[in-house]
Design a protein around this ligand. Structure first.
Ligand code: MTE
Ligand code: MO
Length: 427
């Protein structure tokens, strides 16, 4: 079925094809795609499948995915025997190698729970805003629901996402483990500025300290320009109330900042003139530099991308044309460009960006690629509207060393072997 398709316009080395030449052309038979449907001599169906022979099931109160899809679930870190969820952080990963589009289904949103998930009664939960304000105020869910809300699509990324890519050796782990502390959602909530305005900031108020209602009271300090900027108290996620793992019934959401600052189950926002130096801004979520000094309050998530398909969870079955697709994102704003390389970064071609391209949100990119059966190294490189470019791993390490655990945003490489096998490599 596959032909050599030598006439297809090549835009970079090792088989990258023009991004405008999409699967419509390819699937229509200009070339055989490696994955196209089988043509039938007699396309008329013979008989009916079993599920057509009797009426199907009724519906459910709350819909769930097909039972055939139950392998597409989050992997999560089970606490070691003898430790409870609250004795150790539990981390659940979004399986990006199994997903498409840009919105993460709520049941597959990643989770980082340092002290388990509290079971909060929404009728009893309160958020208090106090400290350097003219008048402390508190809100329950019903009171907050009376304020004007805003809805935005935003990604959320733990700064520990991709942390294992700082290691000397590539990893056999799948994309959930390496890039799954990242999700994209539509968030609806009340701008924090509205609430801070109502409380009235005192002169000299420069930071807020947000505290969660989990047993460890996870707390972070957030600079006032963020608090008075695009920060929100989120109540809804993709149209439904927040899931318990996302902070039900309310969370602070700081778009583009490291995930840890978006305090879940938020119960207190204290306005201050200085940061609190909490555990999560001293012991963790700081970046150890080559000179042994630690960078604190490295809050912004920089520009980054990764190819989600193909990935090391699949094997290329045969030579032919494949769609290479992935996601790009930046805490600085919109993604402006994503380039893909099939020859380990020697040559690059522009991928198509799926619109609308929204600021501080996952952006899907695609490019057709003709695999000729030889070795290849697939990479993606993202650019954002702040002029930031995703660095090579070597450049990132030259600047930052390898002592740190957080904020890895280097270019990611998939090595494709002659057998069609795919592995994470350092190129
Ligand atoms: N109260 C509280 N807020 C929290 C956490 C927590 O354990 N407790 N985890 C933080 C971390 S480390 C991250 S990366 C994000 C993850 O948000 P998610 O679990 O909704 O994906 O929430 C942050 N907010
Ligand atoms: Mo995190």
């Amino acid at each position: 079925m596959a032909n050599d398709a030598q006439d297809l316009p090549r835009v970079a080395g090792n088989g990258l094809l023009d991004r405008r030449l999409f699967m419509r052309t390819l699937a229509l038979g200009a070339v055989g795609t490696a994955t196209a449907g089988v043509s039938l001599a007699d396309p008329v169906s013979k008989g009916q499948p079993e599920w057509m022979l009797a009426p199907g099931a009724t519906t459910e109160d709350y819909g769930t995915p097909s039972h055939y899809e139950m392998a597409r679930t989050r992997r999560w870190t089970v606490p070691p025997a003898g430790q409870t969820a609250t004795g150790r952080s539990i981390v659940a990963f979004t399986p990006h190698h199994q997903l498409h589009g840009t919105l993460t289904p709520n049941g597959l949103h990643f989770e980082v729970n340092h002290h388990g998930i509290p079971d909060i009664d929404p009728d009893q939960h309160e958020l208090i805003i106090h400290g350097m304000v003219r008048q402390p105020i508190k809100f329950n869910v019903a009171a907050l629901a009376n304020y004007p809300t805003e809805t935005h699509n935003y990604f959320l990324e733990c700064s520990g996402n991709s942390g294992r890519l700082w290691a000397d050796k590539p990893t056999p782990a799948n994309l959930d483990i390496t890039h799954g502390l990242l999700s994209g959602s539509e968030w609806t909530g009340v701008p924090l500025a509205t609430l801070l305005d109502e409380a009235g900031l005192q002169p000299g108020a420069k930071w807020i300290i947000a505290e969660g209602a989990d047993s460890g009271s996870v707390s972070r300090s957030v600079p006032m320009d963020k608090a008075m900027g695009d920060a929100m108290i989120a109540l809804y996620q993709n149209g439904e109330r927040l899931r318990p793992g996302q902070g039900y019934p309310m969370r602070l959401f700081n778009p583009g900042f490291e995930g840890n600052t978006s305090i879940k189950w938020v119960r207190s926002i204290r306005v201050t003139d200085r940061p609190a130096m909490t555990r999560f801004e001293t012991r963790t979520y700081t970046d150890l530099m080559p000179d042994g000094k630690a960078l604190q309050f490295s809050l912004g998530m920089d520009v980054k991308s990764v190819i989600t398909r193909p990935s090391n969870s699949t094997v290329l079955p045969k030579k032919g044309v494949y769609e290479v697709t992935g996601i790009a994102w930046s805490g600085n704003g919109r993604i402006t460009r994503v380039e893909v390389s099939a020859d380990g970064g020697v040559t690059w071609a522009d991928a198509a960006l799926q619109g609308p391209v929204l600021p501080i949100m996952l952006t899907r990119f695609r490019i057709p690629w003709q695999w000729d059966g030889g070795p290849a190294v697939l990479q993606s490189r993202a650019y954002d509207e702040a002029g930031r470019i995703q660095p090579s791993r070597a450049d990132l390490i030259a600047a930052r060393g390898t002592h740190g655990n957080y904020h890895f945003n280097g270019i990611h490489s998939w090595g494709v072997g002659e057998d069609g096998g795919i592995a994470h490599v350092y190129a």
